[in-house]
Every structure is written in C-alpha cells, then in structure tokens.
Design a protein around this ligand. Structure first.
Ligand code: SF4
Length: 370
C-alpha cells in the first residue's frame, strides 16, 4: 500500500462513493508504516466537514441499573453481577443542575441515558417535559438515550424539542444474538426508524472489541452509512468484572491503539459527514495515541461514561489543545482549561489508565444529589 492508495480512499469518500469491502479490509489491515498516510487521508475528509472542531459530550447516567435486558457487555443488565450503584430516575432539579454544569464546562451536547428496555408512556411524558425545560434554559444540544421507543414516543420527544436520540446498533446483525437475547437487532433498527420518521437526528454507533470480525465491523459501518446516522459513537469495549461478556472475551487482545485508529478511519471514510466519536474506552485502549483519534474523529466524551471513569475535564481539554484542535463551545478554551484545573480534585492521568477500568462512585454518578 502506498500514500496514493489512502489519498484515493479520501477522494472516494469525499465524492460520496462507497469503499469496496476489499478496500475496507485494507484499511483495517494497514501496517504501522502506513498509519500516518491513513490518518492523513481520514483527516482530509474530517477537515472538509468539521475543520479542527471537536464536539464534546457530557453523559448523565440519569437512571442506573435494574434493567430487565441481558446485554452481556453491560453492567446494568439483569445478568450482570457487577456491584454498581443502582438508583431510579434522578430528580428534575438534579438533572437541571447537571445540564447547567455541562453547558458551563464547554460541552456542546448533554446526553441523558436511562437504563432499561424502554420507557413507559408516563416516562415519555416526563422525559418530554424535562427536555423542554432544558432547552428553554440552556443553549445546549440535548440527546436522549431512552431505550426502545415507538413512533408515538418519538413524535412526542421531537415536539418537546429533543435534538437527538441515541440508540446504538452495537454490533452486526449476525453477531447480535451472541450479545443479547432479550431484544433483537431489528428492534434496535425499528427504534432508529421511528426516531428518523419523527424528524429526530439519530446517534447510533457500535462497540468494538467484543469478539467481532473485520466483516462485522465493516457491516456495521456500512449499515450506519445506509441509515445516514449523523452521529456515530465508536466505543471500545471495557471489560468489567461481573458482566458476562467480560468472562468470555479479552478486548485487549483484539484492540491495539493502532487497531482503534484504523476502525475510526474506516468509519470516517464510510460516513464522511457524520460526527464520529472516539467514545467509551478511548483512555484504556488508545492510551498514549488518544490525540491521534482526533484526526478521523471529531467528537469525544468529556469525563467518563455510564458506570466507569474516563479522562477528566482537564485531561480532555488539554489533549484537544495540545493536538491543535478546538472544542465547539461558546467559551474560550484556555478559560475552560483553567477552570477545569482549579476544579479537579482527584486528577487522574488518562495515560496511566493502562487497562484499568475504574467504576464510578456514588458522588461521581450523582454529583448534585441531595
Ligand atoms: S438495555 Fe441498555 S441498560 Fe439494559 S442491559 Fe442493555 S445496554 Fe444495559
């Protein structure tokens, strides 16, 4: 492979052409000598649509645990023995305070995630009121991850002002039954279709490192292209003791930092205009290569995930600054960085994470609880 091969992939992507399966495989099999030409080509596509902007997302785990589903990678599943802090839906006041904090920290988008199969009609009503209130109070984009929903739920949420609905495909159709038996890949697709029908933007991505093949990764990337998902989180599987999948797969054997970068580049070539997020697990899988993820990806989570810690505000903002990118926010990056520095109490160097998955404590999950 030479530089011109990767440059041609970038041109194909920018021209709206789909890469062939063989080209996708070549991307995933890129050797170390060609990693920079690959990243450079993916950056050309990223830069065309997003310049050097980075969208920072902050997650609010608004309801934790008690999920009747059995997604084997998830610590909130009924099949998981992980000792997590369960709680029902946070109060409106608490969620509003977290939205304020997310906005003032420089987040472009505030994402609320609710564990469970899907919301009741009563819960959809409650969520709609909450979304309306956040949108009236803060100029921040709101994303909701409520589980499976139908057309009527999607319309109600859209009417309330919801910007985006998250529902990940997670893996390929063929792999799906290996990771979950309580709902199907088609159920997930139906939720995404309901959201799109209602005019909601969708956020849908995958988890890599769960034992999938290169073909599975290509299949999901192609499916997301077909769905025209404007937002694609690529999560790197974080094995947590107690979750069934953690006993069966070793993502550290499957995912090297280079492999993670190649997957992000493939996702970029196949989805040139999508917001691609180097999502959960970037710290432990990309490690010292995290800054390079910004060449194909244009989005990150600021400070951790649903049940696990990640980098912190200072680490994320500093990485963006050091790599020469800039967060998409109303605030000045240096001011945000100084504020983050003065706030960090348990500063954790993300580069020291090295395979260690750290569960969040109650005070991390619910910083404004009474
Ligand atoms: S539906 Fe969501 S919260 Fe429930 S087990 Fe699956 S991933 Fe976890």
């Amino acid at each position: 492979m030479n530089d011109s091969f990767y440059a041609e992939l970038a041109d194909k992507s920018l021209n709206g052409e789909r890469l062939t399966d063989a080209e996708c495989k070549q991307v995933l099999n890129t050797d170390s000598d060609n990693l920079l030409p690959l990243l450079n080509a993916a950056f050309k596509v990223r830069q065309t649509y997003f310049n050097r902007d980075v969208s920072i997302h902050i997650l609010n785990n608004a309801k934790n645990g008690h999920c009747p589903e059995d997604c084997s990678y998830c610590v909130q599943a009924k099949s998981s023995d992980t000792d997590i802090t369960d709680y029902p839906m946070k109060t409106e006041d608490e969620i509003m305070l977290e939205a304020k904090s997310a906005y003032e920290s420089g987040a472009f988008r505030y994402c609320m995630v609710f564990a469970g199969r899907g919301p009741s009609k009563k819960r959809v009503e409650k969520l709609s009121n909450l979304v309306r209130k956040i949108k009236e109070t803060y100029p921040i984009q709101v994303c909701l991850s409520p589980g499976l929903i139908d057309d009527a739920d999607a319309e109600q949420l859209k009417d309330a002002g919801l910007d985006r609905l998250n529902h990940n495909l997670n893996t390929s159709e063929t792999m799906y039954e290996k990771i979950c038996s309580t709902h199907t890949y088609q159920d997930r697709l139906n939720t995404l279709k309901s959201a799109q029908k209602a005019g909601l933007e969708t956020c849908s991505g995958m988890i890599v490192g769960m034992g999938e093949s290169a073909e599975d990764i290509i299949e999901v990337a192609m499916k997301l292209r077909d769905l025209k998902s404007p937002s694609i989180p690529v999560n790197f599987y974080m094995p947590i003791e107690g979750a069934p999948l953690a006993e069966n797969v070793d993502p550290f054997k499957e995912l090297s930092p280079e492999r993670c970068l190649k997957i992000l580049c493939l996702m970029r070539f196949l989805n040139p205009e999508a917001e691609i997020r180097a999502a959960a697990g970037r710290e432990i899988h990309l490690r010292s290569m995290q800054g390079l993820a910004l060449y194909p990806a244009n989005s990150l989570f600021m400070d951790g995930y649903l049940n696990t810690k990640g980098s912190n505000m200072e680490g994320t903002l500093q990485m963006i600054k050091d790599a020469g990118f800039k967060p998409k926010t109303d605030f000045n990056l240096d001011a945000l960085l100084n504020a983050a520095k003065s706030k960090e109490s348990d500063l954790r160097d993300p580069l020291l994470a090295d395979g260690e998955v750290i569960l969040k404590r109650k005070e991390d999950l619910s910083p404004f609880s009474a």
